[in-house]
Design a protein around this ligand. Structure first.
Ligand code: ZN
Ligand code: ZN
Length: 378
């Protein structure tokens, strides 16, 4: 079957063959874990078997039910940072059910609903681990995939049917919270919740701007509304207006290229969460902040460029953030259950993952793909 000529593969992979999965499954070995892996920088995923380590005394093993699809999965399956180790099994928005616990495990029992996020280990012995912000561990947190695990193997993520993780890096999914909707909370959710709490954005009546309305942006809107904020969405595309206002219940929607609309908001916002990873100007947004306002960057544009006056006039700040620690991740999950904050998701079958990643690149997803692992990877 011919591929879409507009597809965004690098030139030398302009016409990648589609894997014949039935043949590949028959050729798989007898290792204990079934997964889908990318084998090279085409990023095309196909079935793959490997051995997970046995359950250590502090570990839990969980049968994976759902895994969210994050842009990080595109970045590393396609070796965009030049450090991908193949075969590469992506996925760091993992939700499942505990099937085994080590002898020291205190927080979990068989049958519990559990989540695993973007990292699965850290030194547990530095100032940042002591403060439960293990993501910033001074020895480096071990990423859930494409990291080096405690047994020396390359970590493999949630596009697989089970995972073994030290209990410290596992989270309780509150009773009754839908497991498929819980998945995006483990990366997209905590990525915006963490800086919102750090900058005390949970003050009802204040004003929040959200730049970009993808997986992260739509969660920022949801948290903003749950905190009682007046939320303005900035987007490049008019097509998102109706959903921003009616589905996500934003208070205001602004096309960022419309200078008049932008001007009308001068000095009106207390906070801005910037989820856009495409390059964009910063000065126009800084001018929308009130005195002392803060813009938090959670996307990855190629550079941050702005006039000093954008910070100095009005004592404003730009701050960065990346996922969050274990303690606040659990708090975020509990907050979502108590306040009925649910991500918007499209549940997909693992066999659709290559198309889903293509659609994610084109930002054609509302608002997070979640793979139904239990029912399609077997
Ligand atoms: Zn992620
Ligand atoms: Zn540490």
């Amino acid at each position: 079957m011919l591929m879409d000529p507009k597809d965004p593969y690098p030139k030398h992979y302009a016409n990648p063959p589609k894997p014949d999965n039935s043949k590949m499954e028959a050729e798989l070995g007898h290792e204990n874990c079934l997964a889908w892996a990318a084998r090279n920088e085409t990023g095309i995923l196909s079935p793959y078997r490997f051995d997970r380590r046995s359950v250590g005394e502090d570990d839990i093993s969980l049968k994976i039910k759902y895994c969210g699809v994050c842009f990080a999965d595109v970045v590393w399956t396609r070796n965009k940072h030049g450090d991908s180790m193949y075969p590469l099994v992506p996925g760091h928005e993992i939700v499942g059910v505990v099937t085994a616990t080590g002898s020291n495990v205190k927080g979990f029992k068989v049958g519990d609903h559990v989540g695993v996020g973007t990292y699965v280990n850290s030194c547990r012995n530095c100032e940042y681990c002591d403060d439960f912000i293990e993501v910033f561990c001074s020895k480096g947190a071990t990423l859930t995939f494409n990291g080096i695990d405690s047994d020396g193997t390359v970590t493999k993520g949630g596009y697989s049917n089970f995972i073994v993780v030290h209990e410290r890096y596992c989270y309780k999914i509150p009773d009754g919270y839908p497991l498929d909707k819980a998945a995006p909370l483990l990366c997209a959710g905590i990525t915006v919740y963490s800086p919102m709490m750090r900058h005390r954005m949970n003050q009802p009546g204040k004003s929040l701007g959200v730049i970009g309305l993808g997986g992260l942006g739509h969660m920022a809107v949801k948290f903003g509304k749950a905190f009682g904020l007046k939320v303005t969405v900035f987007s490049t595309s008019e097509s998102k207006k109706e959903e921003a206002l009616n589905l996500l219940r934003a208070d205001n929607f602004v096309i960022s290229s419309d200078k008049q609309q932008m001007m009308s908001l001068t000095k009106s916002l207390d906070y801005i969460i910037d989820t856009a990873s495409g390059d964009h100007p910063f000065d126009p947004y800084m001018s929308l902040l009130k005195i002392g306002g803060v813009l938090v960057l959670v996307g990855f544009p190629s550079e941050v460029r702005l006039l000093p006056i954008s910070l100095n006039m009005g004592a404003k700040s730009i701050s960065g953030s990346m996922t969050g620690g274990t303690k606040e991740t659990q708090e975020m999950l509990n907050f979502c259950a108590t306040n009925q904050v649910y991500p918007e998701i499209e549940v997909i079958n693992i066999h659709y993952i290559n198309e889903a990643l293509e659609r994610l690149i084109k930002r054609d997803v509302k608002y997070r793909f979640v793979i139904d692992i239990a029912n399609s990877l077997n």
